[in-house]
Design a protein around this ligand. Structure first.
Ligand SMILES: O=C(O)CCC(=O)C(=O)O
Ligand SMILES: [Fe+2]
Length: 347
C-alpha cells in the first residue's frame, strides 16, 4: 500500500482562464480529493498576498491587546456569534481538555434592522469591533476587505465543486446568494513541547460544520489531517499564500456521503505562537440541503432527509459548546469535592 500523503497543492488559476484542458484537469483533481478526504490546498487564487499579510497583522494586533480589553467584546455577550472567545472555551474532542486557542468571530456586517437580524438567522448581527486596537479604521477596513475577498473565493470554489458533480457552475447560486459565513481570527499560544499529546489540543479532532472552509495559516505548522485508512495524522504544511480548502459536514450530507468531511486538529508544538484565519462558508440559512445531483445510483436512496442550512449548523454548534460546558461543570464539581475533602481533613 502506498504511504498516505498530505492534501495536495493545486493551482487554481485555470478556473479564471481559457485553457479548457487545464480546467478539466483541475476539476478532476478536486473531485479526487473530495472522494478521498475532502482536503486540498489552493494557490493561484485571486486573494492578494498583500491583503493576507495585512489581515494577519490585524489579527496579531487584536490578540496583543490586554485581556480586559478583549473581554469588552466577549462573544458571550451576544447571541449572534460575534466577538472575542476566551482561551479554553471550546472542546471539540471527547476526552481532551478545553482548547488552547483564543478567537475573534467576524461575519458580514448585519445591522439590527436587517431582516436576518430580526429573524434571528444564523450568526447574523453587527460585528463587535475592538475599541482600543491601534489604527481602528484600518483594522475594520482590512478585516472586511479580506472577508469579502474570501467570500468571493468560496463562491469560486463552489463553482468548481459544481463542475466536479457534473452540473453548471451556477448550480450553487441559490446557496451562495444571501449566504452566511463566519470568519475567525485564531491565536494558538505555544504549547510546551513535552505536553501530553493525548490531552492538550489547540483545537481537538473535529470535522467542520458548514459547506466549505477556506483556511489561511501563518508559517507555523500545527494543523493535522487524519488519514482514515491508516489512522495516521498528516501535517498540513503551511504554503505561503495558499488556502487549505476542506469540505464540511453539510456538504458531505448533501453529497450523500460520497464526498468527505474529514477529521482534523491543531497541536501547536512549534514553540511559537500560531495564527490562522479559517473562513466557514455555511450558505443561505433558508437553503434546503438535499441530495446533490450524481451523488447516488438510480436505485439508491438519499441517506438523509432535507434540512435547512440554518437548522443543520445550529444543531452542530449546540452539540460542541454543550460538551465544553459539561466538562467545565464537571471540573468545577471536582474542585468543590476536593475543597470539601480538604476542609474535612483540616477540621
Ligand atoms: O487553525 C487551524 O489551522 C484550523 C482551524 C480549524 O480547524 C477550525 O477552526 O475549524
Ligand atoms: Fe476545522
Amino acid at each position: 500500500m502506498s504511504s498516505p500523503t498530505a492534501p495536495p497543492i493545486l493551482d487554481f488559476s485555470p478556473i479564471y482562464g481559457n485553457d479548457s484542458e487545464a480546467k478539466s484537469k483541475l476539476v478532476e483533481e478536486v473531485r479526487k480529493c473530495c472522494h478521498y478526504n475532502g482536503f486540498f490546498q489552493i494557490t493561484g487564487h485571486r486573494v492578494p498576498l498583500e491583503l493576507q499579510r495585512r489581515v494577519m497583522n490585524c489579527s496579531k494586533r487584536f490578540f496583543d491587546l490586554p485581556l480586559d480589553e478583549k473581554l469588552q467584546i466577549d462573544k458571550n455577550l451576544n447571541s449572534f456569534n460575534r466577538g472575542y472567545e476566551l482561551l479554553r472555551s471550546q472542546m471539540l474532542e471527547v476526552g481532551t481538555g478545553p482548547e488552547l486557542k483564543e478567537g475573534l468571530y467576524i461575519g458580514e456586517e448585519i445591522p439590527e434592522d436587517h431582516p436576518y437580524f430580526l429573524q434571528k438567522k444564523l450568526n447574523s448581527g453587527p460585528n463587535q469591533w475592538p475599541q482600543t486596537v491601534s489604527d481602528r479604521d484600518e483594522f475594520q477596513g482590512t478585516t472586511m476587505e479580506y472577508y469579502h475577498a474570501v467570500f468571493e473565493l468560496a463562491k469560486d470554489v463552489l463553482a468548481v465543486l459544481a463542475l466536479t458533480l457534473g452540473v453548471e457552475t451556477t448550480y450553487f447560486d441559490p446557496l451562495t446568494d444571501g449566504a452566511v459565513a463566519t470568519m475567525r481570527f485564531l491565536h494558538y499560544p505555544a504549547q510546551p513541547k513535552d505536553q501530553d499529546e493525548k490531552l492538550n489540543r489547540g483545537i481537538g479532532a473535529h470535522t467542520d460544520f458548514g459547506c466549505v472552509t477556506l483556511l489561511l495559516q501563518d508559517e507555523v505548522d500545527g494543523l493535522q489531517v487524519l488519514d482514515a485508512p491508516t489512522g495516521q495524522w498528516l501535517d498540513v504544511k503551511p504554503v505561503p499564500g495558499a488556502y487549505v480548502v476542506n469540505l464540511g459536514n453539510l456538504f458531505m450530507r448533501m453529497a450523500n456521503d460520497k464526498y468527505k468531511s474529514n477529521t482534523h486538529r491543531v497541536i501547536n508544538k512549534s514553540g511559537r505562537e500560531r495564527y490562522s484565519i479559517p473562513f466557514f462558508f455555511s450558505g443561505n440559512p433558508d437553503y434546503l440541503c438535499e441530495c446533490l445531483p450524481n451523488c447516488r445510483e438510480q436505485d439508491e436512496a438519499a441517506k438523509y432527509p432535507p434540512i435547512t442550512v440554518q437548522d443543520m449548523v445550529t444543531a452542530s454548534y449546540k452539540e460542541s459548546y454543550g460538551r465544553a460546558e459539561a466538562y467545565k461543570k464537571e471540573f468545577e464539581m471536582k474542585k468543590l469535592d476536593q475543597a470539601s475533602t480538604v476542609a474535612a481533613v483540616g477540621a
